[in-house]
Ligand binder design. Structure first.
Ligand code: MF3
Ligand code: CO
Length: 251
């Protein structure tokens, strides 16, 4: 069942999304060489608490942290840890904010200091693919239109599109129907309707699209060790087009 939200529910999710976007904007100043992903995680927890929100990921299916912190070849669901970030790394910070029971979900990849041109191009293309997917998130289109736009662009640049993790509906619970793959055929899948709230969160690899999971049961890496990036927004489908609930304003 695809749960459609009322205007009021969407308004509340937007308030959660504002806290989340503000937190990401703070991270721009915090992420630099020498910082550990555990320090980032601690900051996020502190920031959310200050704003009266809670980190929904913590305890979700026993996930132990407020954020996922995925460095370099980690695709997603990396554990925050005590290893220091180095100049030239990238780190994707993914978090879900719960504000008064309303959720918002957004991941962002950050450069640590200065990074190589190849990796900068990956970041740019991944972000661009997210926005191309969002453009397709209009009433009357189908889920496959979103994935197709992302895949077509990403593959035209030679990147692997991760298949094993997808976007999703989001509402009272974090993962709801429908699943939003970042690949697909136009005109296929469920139709997008007013009031649906979804995430779009493409993960692009410099190499092959395949993933393997570490022994911790969570950390997903590229099979070939290539670098992976991800950008994710939560958005509402409205009759006036897609409305970003996790917009950072200047991104
Ligand atoms: N934010 C992630 C997503 O986009 C959720 C990670 S699952 C968790 O769906 F268990 F790590 F929280
Ligand atoms: Co998500």
């Amino acid at each position: 069942m695809i749960h459609r939200k009322t205007k009021r529910e969407i308004e509340l999710m937007k308030e959660a999304g504002k806290v989340l976007a503000d937190c990401h904007k703070e991270l721009r100043n915090i992420i630099k060489p020498g910082v550990t992903t555990k320090q980032i995680d601690d900051f996020v927890e502190f920031f959310l608490e200050e704003r009266g929100a809670t980190p929904e990921q913590k305890g979700y299916h026993d996930y132990p942290f407020a954020t996922c912190a995925s460095v370099n070849d980690v695709i997603c669901h990396g554990f925050p840890g005590t290893q220091k970030l180095k100049e030239g790394d990238i780190v994707t910070v993914d978090m879900v904010v719960n504000l008064n029971g309303a959720l918002a979900d957004s991941a962002w990849s950050y450069a640590v200091g200065s990074i190589s041109d190849d990796v900068q191009q990956l970041l740019d293309a991944t972000k661009k693919s997210l926005y191309l997917g969002i453009e397709q998130a209009v009433v009357g289109n189908r889920i496959g239109d979103i994935g197709h736009a992302i895949q077509k662009y990403a593959e035209s640049k030679g990147y692997g599109v991760v298949r094993d993790f997808t976007g999703h509906g989001i509402g009272p619970t974090l993962h709801e129907e429908p699943m939003i793959p970042h690949f697909g055929e136009p005109g296929t899948g469920p139709r997008l309707k007013e009031g649906m709230v979804i995430t779009i969160e493409p993960m692009l690899n410099i190499g092959a699209p395949f993933s393997i999971i570490d022994e911790d049961g969570w950390t997903a890496r590229t099979v070939d060790g290539s670098i992976s990036a991800q950008y994710e927004h939560t958005l509402a489908i409205t009759k006036d087009g897609p409305v970003l609930l996790t917009d950072q304003g200047d991104e």
